[in-house]
Design a protein around this ligand. Structure first.
Ligand code: DX5
Ligand code: ZN
Length: 215
């Protein structure tokens, strides 16, 4: 059984409160919040005021995924806007160790997201400092993309690294999670599944979350 983190990138932005309340009542474990700056990724999603508005209604922890350059300039503001977990991208951090300590000093969990081309082996010297690794299983920037099959092998490699280093890091998968990919990801060692379009595009999102939770 994995933790389920529906991504509000695919919610109805004209009905954010309604959709957050649906997630509150569902079996979702986290609410995944995708922040895109139009620089690190070729898309802009939403920013601090929207995150803060979501937090006002959410009863579940906000898992904030920063797809932005210079995340160190914004982590404190996102903590104030309600984040319980903040993930920064490996590719956006010249000083990853410092960035993780900065997040932890705020009293919240620190995550690192890896683009599909980034090897998990690059985390070998820092894995013990990471609460969660977010493996991107699509190129970040958009919901509804096709799952990249190489992710399964990255999950296994990361799991091995975590065991080898005696770390307690969680493995999160982000992109293209659905009824076909989810069971294979759990089998490979995934702990947290992000799902955007699969949940919000479903006729019954609550039921879809329950189905993912039951795998
Ligand atoms: C992509 C985002 C994902 C996105 C996943 O850049 O990080 O969280 O919402 O969307 P789906 O589940 O539709 O692939
Ligand atoms: Zn995400």
């Amino acid at each position: 059984m994995a933790y389920i983190a529906p991504s509000v990138l695919s919610c109805d932005f004209a009905n954010i409160q309604r959709d957050i309340e649906m997630l509150n009542k569902s079996q979702a474990d986290y609410i995944h919040v995708d922040i895109m700056d139009g620089v690190f990724v070729p898309n802009i999603s939403f920013g601090l005021p929207v995150c803060e508005a979501m937090a006002r209604h959410a009863t579940k922890p906000l898992d904030v995924h920063l797809m932005i350059v210079h995340p160190e300039n914004y982590v404190e503001a996102f903590k104030k806007a309600g984040a319980s977990i903040i993930s920064v991208h490996y590719e956006a951090c010249n000083h990853l160790h410092r960035n993780l300590q900065q997040i932890k000093a705020l009293g919240i969990q620190a995550g690192v997201a890896l683009n599909p081309h980034t090897s998990v082996s690059l985390l070998s010297e820092i894995i013990q400092d990471i609460d969660m690794v977010c493996l991107m299983s699509v190129n970040p920037g958009f919901g509804g993309q096709k799952f990249i099959e190489n992710t399964y092998s990255k999950v296994s490699q990361l799991k091995n690294l975590i065991i080898q280093k005696n770390a307690s890091t969680k493995i999160e998968i982000d992109g293209g999670v659905n009824a076909e990919t989810a069971p294979k990801l759990i089998k490979a060692g995934a702990d947290v599944l992000v799902a955007g379009s699969y949940v919000f595009g479903a006729a019954n999102p609550t039921q879809t979350i329950a189905e993912l939770k039951s795998l």
